[in-house]
Design a protein around this ligand. Structure first.
Ligand SMILES: Cc1cc2nc3c(=O)[nH]c(=O)nc-3n(C[C@H](O)[C@H](O)[C@H](O)COP(=O)(O)O)c2cc1C
Length: 417
């Protein structure tokens, strides 16, 4: 074949802008996006994103637990179309996902919450805003365009200030309140400590500046955009940073549920639940749901993997509470397992932060699309047309290698959902 005949067969790709978009498009999994994010971030931000507590047993267990589970489709039947819509807290959402609340996301990308909430809006899924967000609840609401907003509350010594934060979230139109119970005191994250990220007073050394020079895109935006602050715990000045020191003072107890219930008459969820008894207490205090979470392995090390404890919490919740889950979800098939075990939806923590760090709003959108595509495929392969078709009979513990004894059937207490 002559060159002249070959040329029309060649597809010449037009260069896309921005350049990061091409690299992002080549990311086929959340792990690919994570690698792209790590290349863009300096050491401190990287440590803050990836670290777990102490020996990082729980961080690893969150992923390893999925290795032990199998999805076993039931009878095959025609699946012409897959419907991923579902109802959470009384509202219809396009996918069984929500973006987890995170503190300090502007360390990953200068647009922080605004980039993420725009991506959530495009996807039609709820967005969680942390007490320690870098963008005010009012500004996030102005960009949410009707996507459900959830405010995550940390309570600290001065309950008056927590009340003020909740009042602002209500005024800004937030639909749900998530009360976190897994961060009563600070945890020890050694990767952060080694990187000098000792918030609220990070150590800025020569190494920090050299590392910044090696990550010029991140450093440029960090230095030329507004100083990082925590505007939901006070005015956006340095006083809010000082308040961080008083937070996580160990004074939070389950007794706080009662006054928070009185404070907030909309949907109220307990975040950080890892055992059935906590769900029972939440139901008794009149809460609407729980989020099974170990904070992505960042708080109590040796806490169980959430996918392992989910079935028993679903059973304890019965039809009194909606059960959501997070920690360690990186695949659409992971989400399918949790839905089959009775979760209503999965919150995406690092699985959206990697996208944010890699490429801002486009990166978060890419991550949501990857997970949505994987979920649709998994549902198709399990012959599940709708989320409700995924049920606990499709999940079992991994069979042992040939010749070894079979384990008892598990997960225990699995119920349909
Ligand atoms: C960098 C980072 C900051 C976080 N900040 C908060 C926070 O301010 N409040 C909160 O309730 N959870 C916070 N979390 C926990 C997440 O909401 C979520 O529970 C966790 O990331 C889920 O685990 P995954 O990252 O493995 O998906 C944070 C997580 C990360 C990774």
């Amino acid at each position: 074949m002559r060159l002249r005949e070959t040329l029309p067969l060649l597809r010449i790709a037009r260069p896309e802008t921005p350049p990061g978009a091409r690299r992002l498009a080549r990311c086929r999994s959340i792990d690919d996006v994570a690698r792209m994010a790590r290349r863009r971030l300096p050491i401190g931000a990287r440590a803050y994103l990836d670290s777990g507590a102490e020996g990082e047993y729980t961080l690893r267990r969150n992923r390893a637990a999925f290795d032990e589970l199998e999805l076993v489709p039931q009878m095959l039947h025609e699946v012409d179309e897959v419907d991923t819509t579902t109802t959470v807290l009384g509202g219809r959402i396009a996918l069984p996902f929500a973006l987890s609340p995170v503190g300090g996301p502007r360390l990953f990308h200068h647009e922080g919450e605004l980039a993420a909430v725009r991506a959530a809006r495009r996807a039609g899924i709820p967005y969680g805003v942390s007490t320690l967000a870098n963008t005010s609840v009012e500004d996030v609401a102005a960009h949410a365009g009707g996507t459900p907003l959830w405010f995550q509350l940390y309570v600290w010594g001065d309950r008056g200030e927590a009340k003020e934060a909740v009042a602002r979230a209500r005024q800004a139109g937030f639909q749900a309140l998530l009360f976190s119970i897994d961060t009563t005191v600070r945890s020890k994250r050694e990767r952060e400590q080694r990187a000098g990220l000792d918030l609220p007073h990070p150590n800025l050394s020569l190494r920090t500046f050299l590392d910044g020079a090696l990550h010029p895109d991140w450093a440029w935006h960090f230095l030329t955009s507004e100083t990082i602050s925590f505007p939901n715990i006070g005015p956006p000045d340095h006083r809010s940073r000082e308040k961080l020191e008083d937070m996580f003072d160990g004074t939070v107890t389950m007794a706080d549920l009662d006054w928070i219930r009185e404070l907030w008459d909309g949907p109220l969820l307990l975040k950080g639940v890892i055992q059935p008894e906590q769900a029972v207490q939440a139901a008794e205090a009149g809460l609407d749901g729980v989020i099974v979470s170990n904070h992505g392995g960042r708080q109590l090390d040796h806490a169980p993997a959430t996918i392992d404890v989910l079935p028993s919490i679903v059973e304890a919740a019965g039809d009194r509470l909606e059960v959501l889950v997070d920690s360690g979800f990186r695949r659409g098939s992971d989400v399918a397992v949790a839905l089959a075990l009775g979760a209503k939806a999965v919150l995406l923590g690092r699985a959206h932060l990697y996208g944010l760090a890699a490429a801002g709003e486009g990166g978060v959108r890419h991550c949501i699309e990857l997970l949505a595509e994987e979920l649709r495929m998994t549902m198709g392969l399990c012959a599940a047309r709708r989320i409700a078709d995924l049920d606990a009979t499709m999940v079992r513990h991994r069979l042992p290698p040939a010749g070894e004894p079979r384990p008892a059937p598990a997960p225990a207490h699995a119920s349909a959902g």
